[in-house]
Design a protein around this ligand. Structure first.
Ligand code: MV4
Length: 477
């Protein structure tokens, strides 16, 4: 592979290109109107314009991307995350065009894109799953019988898509019919597939995912877990590796289960197997993400393995150069996603220009970003400014580095979620490691934070006034 087209934008496009360049591979960027002079375009060896700013007219236009790859003589396409990364049809078209799709085969993408197909596929491998059913259900009376059997509360889930869409908690039987109809119509309009199924609702789970890596020769390894429970409305905010609660035994069990999930769909490349962990430390398979994930850097920190390099090597047909026992877990890494959103105003996207944009630097600090000072934040895409990653010898050190690094940012022109990040890093529940997916809902109240800010500001004003008065007294005497 001599030249790779990166079918993405922002931080992940840059991230992929940096590794490609290190490997001596040329890079091709694609861009929309809004991204004409974006960092990923300036970084690449070549760049091809796709179309207008909306992603439906640029980053999602399969034919335009394929043409760009042909025109530039690219050998492979890396899809990053989001956009076309989990589109089986696109992966197939790339292959049909004689190019290499740097990701799994269409079969694996298709199977894992449907939660019901995924359950069906992993069944033969004895993977623990939440009590529930593994086929679509439309009959309300049947649903009631199943719910009674499992016991309330139950969760109705859509088979397609993700991000919590089409998900409904049902506390008691007389709410079931209405919630089921809502889930079906939500799933139908969001994904064009109204299939839903039922699971026992795990009330206070942790979200723990396992990174896997598989080659085209049947070798599969896992690269330990990422703890992703700190999220807001299905949007992850903080991720860390390793988890503060897994024992070595549980880590091995979950790792082995993840490898089996990958085996069940003939997975190739880097993938992530998501699990729920309940308060009794039981784990259950949720789904598999068939792409490189936003939070992959924390895994790179604790294993010393460049996941993009591995993706490229696997796509080139190489066998993995290491076995499971060669993969060491060393130190602790944390990632904070920094968004151009206002945490004091319901996390509304904060549009504007980055008048000042200085990032923290130092040992144990990594910032993956796709913005520079003076840039406008386009309204068309995800408002993530950067990912702040810290790596220390243990959890305390990475947490300490994280607090320091947050104060190392200087940003003017837009509101950011940095203050919210500091709130998480200072919270006793987060510090102790005892938290679950309800953390933000349970503890974060923007009104309280606003009050605290007000008090802080009036305290500062009082101090300033007393200094002023003291100086005046000095002058008078
Ligand atoms: C669950 C669950 C509780 N019980 N399934 C949310 C998104 C989707 N990928 C799976 N999700 C959940 N499935 C059962 N049976 C709770 C969630 C969930 C969640 C999971 C991971 C991370 C954050 C979450 C936030 C709310 C709910």
């Amino acid at each position: 592979m001599k030249k790779i087209l990166v079918a993405n934008r922002g931080e992940i496009a840059l991230r992929v290109m940096k590794t490609a360049r290190q490997m001596g591979i040329k890079t091709v960027a694609v861009f929309s109107d809004a991204d004409r002079s974006a960092p990923h375009v300036l970084f690449a060896d070549e760049a091809v314009h796709l179309g207008p700013s909306p992603s439906s007219e640029s980053y999602l236009v399969q034919e335009a991307i394929l043409q760009a790859a042909q025109k530039t003589g690219s050998d492979g396409i890396h899809p990053g995350y989001g956009f076309l990364s989990e589109n089986a049809e696109f992966a197939q078209k790339v292959t049909d065009a004689g190019l290499i799709f740097i990701g799994p085969k269409p079969h694996a993408i298709r199977v894992m894109g449907s939660k019901l197909a995924a359950k069906e596929t992993v069944k033969a491998f004895d993977i623990p799953m939440v009590p529930g059913i593994d086929e679509a259900i439309t009959d309300v009376d049947k649903a009631k019988a199943i719910a009674r059997d499992i016991g309330f509360p139950i969760l109705i889930k859509a088979s397609a898509g993700g991000g919590g869409k089409g998900m409904r908690v049902v506390e008691k039987e007389d709410e079931l019919e209405e919630q089921m109809q809502r889930a079906i119509s939500e799933a139908q309009s969001a994904f064009g597939d109204g299939s839903v199924f039922i699971e026992k609702f795990v009330t206070s789970p942790r979200h723990i995912e396992i990174q896997v890596l598989a080659d085209s020769h049947g070798n599969i390894v896992h690269l330990y877990e990422r703890e992703c429970s700190i999220q807001r409305r299905h949007q992850k905010v903080v991720e860390e590796a390793p988890s503060a609660v897994l024992t070595p035994e549980l880590r091995t069990q979950m790792g082995n289960a993840a490898v089996d999930v990958a085996r069940s769909c003939q997975y190739e490349g880097a993938g992530t197997v998501e699990f729920l962990l309940d308060d009794q430390m039981n784990f259950y398979f949720l789904e598999m993400n068939t792409r490189l994930q936003v939070e992959h850097p924390v895994t790179e920190c604790i294993t010393g393995i460049d996941l993009v390099e591995q993706q490229i090597r696997v796509a080139r047909g190489e066998a993995l150069a290491f076995a499971q026992e060669d993969i060491r877990l060393r130190g602790h890494a944390m990632e904070l996603r920094v968004y151009a959103e206002d945490p004091l105003n319901n996390f509304l996207p904060s549009i504007g220009t980055l008048d000042t944009y200085a990032r923290p630097v130092g040992r144990g600090i990594r910032v993956d970003g796709g913005y520079r000072q003076g840039m406008e934040i386009p309204i068309y895409y995800d408002p993530m400014l950067s990912k702040l990653i810290t790596y220390g010898k243990n959890r305390e050190e990475s947490l300490y580095l994280m607090r320091e690094a947050i104060t190392g940012y200087v940003i003017d022109g837009v509101q950011t979620t940095l203050g919210f990040g500091a709130f998480v890093m200072d919270h006793p529940a987060f510090v102790s490691g005892k938290f679950d997916t309800n953390f933000v809902k349970r503890y974060y109240d923007s009104e309280v934070v606003k009050q605290e800010l007000k008090q802080e500001q009036s305290a500062i004003a009082e101090i300033a006034l007393s200094i002023y008065k003291a100086e005046q007294d000095q002058l008078d005497t």
